[in-house]
Ligand binder design. Structure first.
Ligand code: MCN
Length: 784
């Protein structure tokens, strides 16, 4: 019997070229005659532009052109996420500011030169006169009376107000009738997505055919094509977007930025190729940031620990303009997940999107779900403490019981499948929970502060079913399409609309196709990242590629297999019902020696001289796929920490993650995704935070100032899995790309608070750096 390639941890096929320096990234592309662009950016968070003097810049050697906001005849950069039934305001976001700048980094002018150094010299010579205006950086403060206003027609800086509720009267009653209510004000600090590769774009205009090609760092080339097409006024069949190798994105390469539009605009205007590549400082100032929420939340419960309600109000910073998907984050990806893994009968979330004089925010790994998981898990621990209950016992009491085909939560969405208690049991067993609690007691007697954090989570991914998405207020179905084409010699090309950029689908998708059709994996190539070579797709983010594009892939492969079976039956002069399949061979039932291989059948389909009547020649199938529901991976994460009460230093001693993403195509890739995710989530809990001063200057504007976690900060992660298939995915898989980030922040946070319980510390603002933890301990001890 052959070993199944589905489920085997083969090495990633994309890695040899990446780790030997053979990958082709956007900045590696230099076409003959390329010009280089540098963007002059505002040093002020909020100011009126009084005058821009480009004359000195134009005189710099090598400078070809300098343009300001009034020269650029581009459409505004749109926000693609609209929220129906809300008062969403979408003030124009010009590609270059004309009269007012609204954050440090807002583009004011562009300089194009024969090389990058000359362009930079030119940019340094542009003189801009500003009249500075008061600025506001905190989303809660920005809504208060008297706060500086970013847009004349957006009162109180409120971009939108969105409410999701299981029924306001019942929610209010649950809180009135509660035996106990716990509350917290949670600050989800702003984070900077730090991909290894900064953003870059190269544009080439063909003035004869009027076609534009843009190579750029995109997670979703087809979305780039739509939006850049609109902004540039180029029909999408004349606009080709190529995402070559993309060095990570974590959400930051979903949005369509002004910078890419400007690169293309110049290429057309000057009729020469133009390249633009961000510096790391620009990357920190201009590429979107994540989180930045201030949220007031409360949980109502009975004395026995049964949760009866949860409600909250989140002030979500949008930054200075609405980025492509920004309004979706505090709303459907956050508010709709207030139930977590628990049965909570009454739920209400109000999300207020707020403009501030800061870098625009958008999706950063987890996007909305880490914040939701954090608040639910935080309130669970607070409730346990208030009722003097064990934090695992209170979770167990409220967990949704196992279900395998749909469970509707009070807010209205339907989780697909889950067995939360099974993951919890497994994680507790790995830790040895009861024994740990004894060790903790013993340690406390010796003046050592050990703590444990336990998170039982469920998350929403696989964006997104058009029907469900529409019903919850997202005007768009994020479907996928796939084409599988097999050549006469059985070389398989799989064209996908999704656009992986580090996740490994060149390997896992080839595993799926090999498993379904029986071609050896070496013969299968996954083609992605080029709108001229691939069918329509909405990209790679929201852990959607395997749930959505992967489902299209399986269905396309099954179409081909069915065609091959009919053709094999014809070639063997047997009835189709009598044909069985195994390991790449079609054979007559009961006579395994009488067979045709998939290669035999493929050759015939392509040369086509002996086809069954009515069968089309060729070995090609395409499939569009609009999923019937989201998928909901889940699991339990546990962290054990020790806090040094004299210094405030937190040491992470153990980290256990039991995740369930259904059947795993490649367990090594799945674990790699979980590792990366955990590190990003713990980065938020312990180290990272973008800090603005009161004038809107980003103080953490480089890798020297922004504390990214490093490998040597972490113990070996202890991973385990449960396997609960999604009922609606053709092979049962759910996404795994974000679970680590979603679960790990509250896990580590709660562990630290648990460690400090004997000292009376109940809350510390993230990141939990040693000085902050130390200060909280001093305060609890009665010091300052
Ligand atoms: N997989 C599997 N079995 C499953 C589920 C997934 O083998 N049951 C595999 C997939 O086939 C794929 C990988 O795990 O190879 C992740 O798949 P999926 O969960 O579908 O997520 P996406 O491919 O859609 O990736 C998006 C996700 C997100 S949202 C962020 S942010 C993120 C992440 O992936 N950014 C990343 N992982 C990243 N990894 C890298 N290296 N770089 C990024 O920018």
């Amino acid at each position: 019997m052959s070993t199944r390639i589905f489920g085997s941890g083969i090495k990633r096929r994309e890695d040899p070229r990446l780790i030997t320096g053979k990958g082709l990234f956007t900045d590696d592309i230099t076409l003959p005659g390329t010009l280089h662009m540098v963007i002059v950016r505002s040093p002020h968070a909020h100011a009126r532009i009084k005058r821009v003097d480009t004359s000195a810049a134009e005189a710099v050697k090598g400078v070809v052109a300098v343009f300001t906001g009034s020269d650029v005849d581009l459409g505004a950069i749109p926000c693609a996420w609209l929220i129906p039934n809300s008062d969403l305001k979408t003030p124009a976001h010009p590609a270059l500011a004309k009269d007012r700048v609204r954050y440090v980094g807002d583009g004011v002018a562009i300089v194009v030169a024969e090389n990058r150094y000359q362009a930079q010299d030119g940019a340094d010579a542009v003189r801009v006169e500003y009249e500075t205006l008061p600025s506001v950086v905190n989303p809660e403060e920005a809504t208060r009376a008297g706060a500086p206003q970013l847009f004349d027609d957006v009162p109180n800086n409120i971009a939108f107000r969105w409410i999701a509720s299981s029924g306001d009267d019942a929610v209010n009653k649950a809180f009135q009738d509660a035996d106990i209510v716990v509350k917290e004000r949670i600050v989800q600090q702003r984070l900077v997505p730090t991909a290894m590769e900064t953003r870059s774009a190269v544009a080439q205009w063909n003035s004869v055919t009027e076609e534009m090609t843009v190579w750029c760092t995109s997670q979703n080339p087809h979305i780039h094509r739509h939006i850049l097409g609109l902004v540039l006024g180029i029909p999408d069949h004349r606009l080709r977007i190529v995402a070559p190798e993309v060095g990570g994105g974590f959400g930051s390469k979903i949005p369509v930025y002004a910078d890419e539009a400007l690169t293309a605009w110049e290429a057309r205007k000057l009729n020469r190729p133009v390249k633009w590549t961000e510096t790391r400082t620009e990357n920190y100032q201009v590429t979107i940031h994540g989180r930045d929420h201030v949220e007031y939340v409360e949980m109502a419960a009975k004395k026995d620990g049964t949760v009866t309600g949860i409600r909250g109000t989140v002030y979500a910073a949008m930054g200075a303009y609405l980025s492509t998907a920004a309004p979706g984050i505090p709303t459907i990806l956050h508010g709709l997940m207030y139930s977590g893994a628990y049965t909570i009968p009454n739920i209400r979330c109000e999300a207020i999107g707020v403009f501030t004089n800061t870098t625009p925010t958008d999706a950063y790994r987890g996007a909305g779900r880490p914040e939701a998981t954090f608040l639910v898990e935080r309130l669970m621990d607070k409730l346990a403490a208030a009722l003097n209950m064990d934090s695992v016992a209170i979770r167990r009491k409220n967990l949704i019981p196992p279900f395998d085909n749909g469970h509707q939560v009070a807010i209205g969405i339907t989780y697909d499948s889950g067995n939360y208690a099974a993951a919890l049991d497994k994680a507790l067993e790995i830790l040895g929970y009861d024994q740990f609690r004894q060790e903790q007691e013993a340690a406390r007697r010796q003046g050592r502060y050990l703590g444990v954090g336990v998170t039982t989570y469920s998350e929403i991914c696989g964006l997104g079913p058009s029907q469900v998405a529409g019903a919850v207020g997202f005007q768009g179905g994020l479907w996928e399409s796939v084409i599988i084409r097999v050549s006469p010699l059985s070389k398989v090309q799989v064209m996908i609309g999704a656009s992986p950029h580090g996740q490994g689908e060149e390997t896992t998708f080839a595993q799926v196709v090999s498993d379904e059709l029986g071609f050896p994996i070496e013969n299968i190539e996954i083609v992605h990242g080029d709108t001229n070579r691939t069918p329509m797709g909405w990209g790679t983010y929201g852990s959607r590629t395997t749930p959505v594009s992967g489902a299209a892939l399986v269905l396309a492969a099954r179409k081909l297999k069915e065609k091959a079976r009919v053709l094999a039956a014809h070639l063997m002069e047997a009835a189709v019902e009598d044909i069985d399949y195994a390991d790449g061979r079609f054979f007559v039932k009961g006579s395994p020696d009488k067979f045709k291989t998939i290669q035999d059948v493929t050759l015939m389909a392509n040369v086509a001289w002996n086809m069954p009547p009515g069968m089309e020649p060729g070995m090609e199938a395409s499939q569009f796929y609009d999923p019937p529901n989201f998928v909901y991976p889940f699991g339990t994460h546990i962290a054990v920490v020790e806090v040094d009460a004299e210094t405030g230093a937190v040491q992470l001693k153990r980290y256990i993650a039991v995740d369930d993403c259904g059947p795993q195509i490649n367990p090594v890739i799945v674990e790699g995704q979980i590792h990366g995710g955990i590190v990003q989530g713990i980065g938020q809990a312990l180290y990272e935070g973008a800090v603005y001063d009161e004038n809107g200057q980003l103080l953490t504007g480089s890798l020297m100032d922004y504390a990214l976690p490093r490998a040597d900060y972490f113990p070996r992660f202890e991973l385990a899995h449960t396997y609960t298939p999604s009922p609606h995915h053709p092979i049962g898989v759910k996404g795994i790309g974000e679970t680590g980030t979603i679960a790990s922040t509250p896990t580590v946070y709660n562990a630290v608070i648990d460690a400090l319980k004997p000292l009376g510390v109940e809350q510390i603002e993230m990141p939990l750096t040693a000085p902050r933890v130390w200060a909280a301990i001093q305060q609890a001890r009665g010091g300052v």
